[in-house]
Design a protein around this ligand. Structure first.
Ligand code: F6R
Length: 260
């Protein structure tokens, strides 16, 4: 794991944007996995700015989102479809046919999940998967006890996750209980996992992810098995890490060719 600790979410998001931009410049046909939630919003703002001001070209990029609520139409204001169009896709040049988000309204969830996995495979696999993290260590909506080998499937949200999403739906009672999410096995297949975490409320989950024992009770610990997991944190999210000084030293002393 590479742990990058930045003073705040703004600088962390800039580092993450540079990593994504470098990939897109080096590999115009890159496949990018996107996440929703509060955490990647500044990253997406940076990507939009780079597209406008630095001619960062997304026209050949293919995308796969991590998850979507079951029973929520794409046009619903709290769907992840709406989120992605509001914050990113409406402002980039990715053709619609290259954008993939699970269909929460499908009549056949197993078939939809199977096809999603096949689409990722036929696109050549995900080059970089952007991730946030739940306070309980979920990645995508792989709640605690999700199998490390899981693939795209239906999952039931924990009460905590529904509480976290309450504001978006005008109350916890309106938050759907089920979602379609890429599995931990799907995420692990990505060539790079780029996890962002900002704020004190993520500190415990981050400490368990980086320095805790591998356990399905903290799904994000699966990243310990990934050969290229990069975690971009602000100081607050990093505040429970015992080896924070070491991670900072490593990052500050990277050779130039390794810097992003
Ligand atoms: C979003 C997702 C979730 C979020 C996580 C953190 O697509 O899959 O795992 O990344 O719940 O959410 P925020 O960023 O809102 O704290």
């Amino acid at each position: 794991m590479e742990i990058i600790i930045q003073p705040d979410s703004q600088q962390g998001s800039q580092v993450a944007a540079r990593i994504v931009a470098r990939l897109v410049r080096e590999k115009p046909h890159a496949v990018i996995g996107f996440a929703t939630g509060n955490t990647p919003l500044r990253l997406y703002k940076n990507l939009v700015r780079m597209h406008r001001e630095e001619a960062l070209d997304f026209s050949h990029v293919t995308t796969f989102n991590l998850d979507e609520y079951v029973g929520v139409p794409a046009a619903h204001p709290s769907s992840f479809h709406s989120y992605m169009w509001a914050h990113l896709f409406s402002q980039l040049d990715i053709p619609n046919g290259q954008i993939h988000i699970p269909d929460g309204m499908t009549a056949d969830i197993p078939a939809t999940c199977r096809k999603y996995e096949e689409a990722i495979k036929s696109a050549g696999g995900i080059d970089v998967q952007i991730l946030g993290i739940g306070t309980n260590g979920h990645l995508g909506f792989n709640e605690p006890t999700s199998s490390f080998a899981s693939r795209t499937r239906i999952k039931t949200l924990t009460e905590q996750t529904r509480l976290d999403a309450a504001a978006a739906f005008g109350g916890q009672e309106n938050v759907p209980s089920q979602v379609i999410t890429m599995g931990l096995g799907t995420i692990l297949d990505s060539r790079m996992c780029l996890l962002l975490a900002f704020g004190k409320k993520k500190a415990r989950a981050i400490a368990l992810t980086v320095e805790g024992s591998l356990t399905a009770s903290v799904p994000s610990t699966v990243l310990q098995l990934h050969p290229r997991a990069v975690l971009v944190l602000d100081k607050d999210a990093a505040s429970d890490l015992k080896m924070a000084d070491y991670y900072t030293w490593v990052y500050d002393h990277k050779p130039d060719w390794q810097k992003s």
